[in-house]
Structure formats: structure tokens, C-alpha cells
Design a protein around this ligand. Structure first.
Ligand SMILES: Nc1nc2c(ncn2[C@@H]2O[C@H](COP(=O)(O)OP(=O)(O)O)[C@@H](O)[C@H]2O)c(=O)[nH]1
Ligand SMILES: [Mg+2]
Length: 367
């Protein structure tokens, strides 16, 4: 049995964690958390961490004991320096809250890269986790902002992503709000849709890593996939239905740009992959599956394949690490421009005030 820790940090991380808890309790009832058992086969501990108590209050499916308010701050106002200080001031309290939940094999740290709390806490948290848990695999699930959300968010995303890559996490799974915007009209329902997509994929991944598989993929394989390429990746998912229960098309559909959480042409950009397929025996045509995976292996360095027999139409999760990420580079270029503009704006404003004061330089107040 796998011991899994899932941390949701900051508002975005908290909400995605809440979506996980909603899915895991298998219902939409607000009361579900009080009486139903989690659907996870593994032991999964969830913890929502935030400096803003209001963000924690907003959660609907996360038990009170799984919400950790880091005190004396009311959010950090998207300021990552304030956030880092807040983490250091409360490090022992936060870590002991995690450690009293026992030992873990695998941890997901879910956060937006662009806000204040999650983006500053998460790299530090990952560092602490790697230090305190000897054999733990830590994967960061990092949400990229809508590109028009403003210069501070862009700058935060650029710097926090660099920190996430530098703290020895075992890999980064990217979720791009901008790319996924097309899934929904207004922002609020886009968030819900995106959060549910992420929750579904993570839960399916955990379930499969801990299943009896025909063809095995385990935590070690997942780790190997995540360490491929740039150690940054994307996840595809597809669930077939009764109109088209073919496992072949389910696999192919999970590779398509429309199924991915971060844009990539996986045939050209992926470094390693893991494809996990679940479904009733009657749909699991092993020859077809092998053919599909072999085709992918022709383009991608190494592909791990997992098969799980479980009642239902084929469900496919595909995880890719990437060898090139043009979209990330474009975000850094945009962030650099935004930082420069912000600097110029500040200088112009300062100059205007200096000029204004100059008008009264040689004058005194007269009464
Ligand atoms: N996908 C998704 N993104 C969100 C959600 N809430 C906020 N964000 C994004 O997160 C960023 C703001 O970070 P947030 O998590 O609110 O900051 P923090 O609470 O200070 O860590 C923005 O880029 C938002 O678009 C959410 O529920 N889902
Ligand atoms: Mg927020």
C-alpha cells in the first residue's frame, strides 16, 4: 500500500485539493465528509495550507482537521518575500502538522505559481519534505496563470517556477490556466472545470500506482518518467464511453492536445511517458494496446505501460515529461517584459513626484 501525502498550498492549491476530496468521497453532498469512507485504495492524507483564513473557510469537502491556517497573516498580497518569511516563522509548526500524519512514499504539492502564499511556500515545503523523509518522491503540481492577469502574477510565476525546479523535487506537472481556459466560459466555472480535471488525473494516478496490474507500472516507474527530459511534464486523460468503447481510440485521444493540462506536441516534444489503461477485460485488447504503445515509443524515449482490469469503459491516463517547453520560455519572456515595464512605470511616477516637489523647493509656507 502506498502512503500518499497531498498538500494544497494557497488558494488555488486549496481548491484543487478540495476537488480531490470531493472526488474521493464520491459525492457532491456537503455531508459526505462526515460519514463516507474515502475511495482511495492507498492511504492518502490531504492537507490544505494557507495564510488566508478566508480561503480555507471557502472549502467544502476538506475536513476541518485537514485545514492548516498559518497564523498572523491575512494572505500575503501576492508578495513572495512576505510569504517566505511567513513560512520560515512557522516552519516547525507546519512540518510537525505534516509529520504527525506518519510516513509517506509519495507527496504531491499542489499550488499556483503566480499568487503569493502557494508560490512562496511550496519550494520551501518541498525542500523540507526532501530533508525529513528519506525516500519520499515529491512531485509539484504547478498551475500557470492566465497571461493577462498582470505583471506581479507573471513575475511570481517566473521566479517560483525556477525555485520549484531548484529544490530537488522529483518533477513538475504543469497545469496551464491560459491553455485550459477554452474548457469553459467565465473564470469561476473555468476554475471548477480545471480543478476537477486535475483532481481526476491525480486520483486515477494514485489508484493505478497501487493496483494489481497486468503489466506493472509502479512508483519507481513514475519517478523514472518524471526525471526524464526537463523534469517538467503534462498529463493527458481520456475516458471512453458506450458510443466508442475502443481502447485504441481512448489511448490516442489521451495524447491529443485537447486532453492535456499543458500544451505539447507529445510526438515531437516528449522525453518519457507512462500510459496507464484501465477497463473491463472485454475492452482491453492487449495486441491493440501494445501496438499503440509501440507507436508512441517510436517517438518518445521510453514508455511505461500499465494495464488495470476494472469494470468499465477504457480509461487512459498518460503522463509525459517534455524535452522542450516553448510555452514556458514564452512565459519567461513575457514576465521579463512585464518586470521591465513595472520598473519604468515606477521610475516615471517617482520622477513626476520629484518634479512636483521641485516647484516649492525655494518656498516656505506663509500664514
Ligand atoms: N486552476 C485554478 N487556478 C486558480 C484557482 N484560484 C486561483 N487560481 C490562479 O492562481 C493564481 C493566484 O494564486 P492564488 O492561489 O490565489 O494565491 P495564493 O493564495 O496567495 O497562493 C492566479 O493565477 C489564478 O488564476 C483555482 O481554483 N483553480
Ligand atoms: Mg487568490
Amino acid at each position: 500500500m502506498l502512503n500518499v501525502l497531498m498538500l494544497g498550498v494557497g488558494q488555488c492549491g486549496n481548491r484543487i485539493l478540495d476537488a480531490v476530496n470531493k472526488e474521493s468521497f464520491g459525492g457532491t453532498s456537503r455531508l459526505a465528509k462526515y460519514y463516507s469512507r474515502q475511495k482511495f485504495p492507498s492511504r492518502v492524507e490531504t492537507l490544505a495550507i494557507n495564510t488566508a483564513v478566508n480561503d480555507l473557510k471557502e472549502l467544502r469537502f476538506t475536513a476541518a482537521k485537514d485545514r492548516l491556517h498559518v497564523p498572523n497573516l491575512h494572505g500575503v498580497g501576492a508578495n513572495r518575500n512576505t510569504g517566505k518569511q511567513g513560512f520560515w516563522d512557522n516552519r516547525d509548526m507546519i512540518m510537525s502538522e505534516i509529520e504527525r500524519r506518519g510516513d509517506f512514499d509519495l507527496a504531491f504539492v499542489v499550488t499556483s505559481t503566480s499568487g503569493g502564499t502557494g508560490s512562496s511556500f511550496s519550494p520551501l515545503l518541498i525542500h523540507e519534505l526532501k530533508k525529513r523523509y528519506k525516500n519520499i518522491t515529491v512531485i509539484s503540481v504547478a498551475v500557470l496563470p492566465f497571461r493577462e492577469e498582470g505583471s506581479i502574477y507573471l513575475q511570481n510565476a517566473a521566479f517560483s517556477m525556477r525555485e520549484l525546479m531548484e529544490v530537488d523535487a522529483d518533477g513538475l506537472l504543469l497545469v496551464d490556466n491560459q491553455y485550459l481556459k477554452r474548457c469553459s466560459g467565465d473564470i469561476a466555472s473555468a476554475y471548477d472545470t480545471i480543478n476537477t480535471m486535475v483532481a481526476q488525473r491525480l486520483m486515477f494516478l494514485i489508484e493505478c500506482l497501487d493496483s494489481e496490474m497486468l503489466s506493472v507500472t509502479d512508483l519507481g516507474d513514475f519517478k523514472t518518467v518524471m526525471s526524464g527530459g526537463l523534469r517538467m511534464g503534462t498529463m493527458g486523460f481520456y475516458q471512453a464511453d458506450k458510443h466508442s468503447p475502443s481502447v485504441k481510440s481512448a489511448i490516442e485521444n489521451s495524447f491529443k492536445p485537447g486532453s492535456l493540462l499543458f500544451p505539447a506536441n507529445i510526438y515531437e516534444e516528449a522525453a518519457r511517458a507512462m500510459v496507464v489503461i484501465q477497463g473491463s477485460k472485454e475492452y482491453m485488447d492487449v495486441d491493440e494496446i501494445t501496438k499503440e504503445v509501440e507507436q508512441l515509443s517510436g517517438c518518445v524515449g521510453h514508455v511505461f505501460k500499465g494495464l488495470v482490469i476494472k469494470k468499465g469503459y477504457p480509461k487512459v491516463l498518460s503522463i509525459f515529461t517534455l524535452a522542450t517547453v516553448p510555452e514556458v520560455e514564452a512565459l519567461y519572456a513575457q514576465a521579463a517584459r512585464a518586470i521591465q515595464e513595472e520598473k519604468d512605470r515606477k521610475q516615471r511616477a517617482k520622477k513626476q513626484l520629484t518634479d512636483a516637489f521641485a516647484h516649492i523647493e525655494d518656498l516656505e509656507e506663509i500664514y
